[in-house]
Design a protein around this ligand. Structure first.
Ligand code: BV8
Ligand code: ZN
Length: 238
């Protein structure tokens, strides 16, 4: 089937699950994990900074990196790819599982979004575990807990840390029980997120992969759609 045939086959009862990655926010000017354009941070591999060990070793540095990303995200906005998924949600039964911590799906208007790797807009106390939203950018300083005064960390999932069991369960259930599984702007190199594609295939879903180039999961797709998701996703909206 080609994209037009998939589009014509969508009804309000069609179960669609989306797995999105950094590539869906690229058209908003948010650097992906591979782009590394910004010399400021390109000397660090994200896998180095996005760890509890790095945070404990140099809290200031890691918070500076997250605050830089928060400012970039705050200064931009969702793009046509995010908006296409909002429109598709109105024409189908759609669930989004995102690896992105930027909050752009919800900001665009998507209602069912599983933040598989957490959110850059929430912080969590290292001492009492209290979690809250913190939208201020730039941060005036290292954030501290309003309940106990403890140091707070970004409420994201770092490498070596487990996924929230509730979100993990809901995401794999949505992948295993859908008619159409859309892979959008991900290299499919980070686990367990990447294995959601296998769960969709094993569940009998049709898989469409939207990317600038083939990724580590493109071989699992029934259709590969080359190009920027900001240009291509709209072609699936009935
Ligand atoms: C864990 C939050 C254990 C933080 C992130 C199995 C095999 C191998 C390794 C592992 C394995 N299982 C576990 C591991 C280790 C590790 C892992 O996967 N390592 C990789 C690097 C090999 N996984 C973990 O550590 C996970 N935790 O296993 O814990 C455990 C278990 C139980 C209990 C306790 C412990 C946790 C992983 C989560 C880490 N956190 N983010 C933050 O953001 O700061 S991951 C982060 O990087 C993102 O969330 C995302 O997941 C990933 C980046 O990948 P992409 O989103 O795909 O982006 P990327 O830049 O790589 O690629 C962009 C793509 O878009 C490209 O394909 C490009 O072509 C395309 N593109 C660009 N522009 C466009 C476009 N496409 C369309 N349109 C465009 N315009
Ligand atoms: Zn606290």
């Amino acid at each position: 089937m080609n994209l037009e045939e998939y589009r014509q086959a969508i009804t309000p009862h069609t179960k669609i699950t989306v797995l999105s990655g950094a590539g869906i926010s690229a058209a908003s000017g948010i650097p992906t994990f591979r782009s590394g354009e910004d010399a400021l941070w390109s000397q660090y591999r994200p896998e180095e900074l996005a760890t509890a060990r790095a945070f404990m070793a140099d809290t200031e540095l890691v918070w500076k990196w997250y605050d830089w990303r928060r400012q970039l995200i705050a200064q931009s906005e969702p793009n046509a790819a995010h908006h296409a998924l909002v429109d598709l949600e109105k024409k189908s039964d759609l669930v989004i599982v995102t690896q992105n911590v930027d909050g752009y799906h919800q900001q665009a208007g998507s209602t069912t979004v599983h933040e598989f790797h957490g959110s850059i807009w929430r912080v969590r106390c290292l001492d009492c575990g209290y979690e809250r939203y913190e939208r201020q950018t730039p941060l005036p300083g290292l954030p501290h807990c309003e309940k106990c005064g403890g140091l707070e960390r970004p409420a994201v999932v770092w490498f070596g840390e487990g996924i929230d069991p509730k979100i993990m369960g809901a995401s794999f259930a949505a992948a295993a029980d859908c008619d159409l599984f859309l892979v959008v702007g991900t290299a499919g190199a980070v686990y367990p997120a990447a294995s959601l594609v296998d769960a969709a295939v094993n569940g009998g879903a049709q898989v469409i992969d939207f990317n600038l180039e083939r990724s580590e999961v493109s071989h699992l797709a029934h259709l590969f759609v080359a190009g920027s998701a900001a240009d291509t996703l709209v072609d699936l909206v009935p």
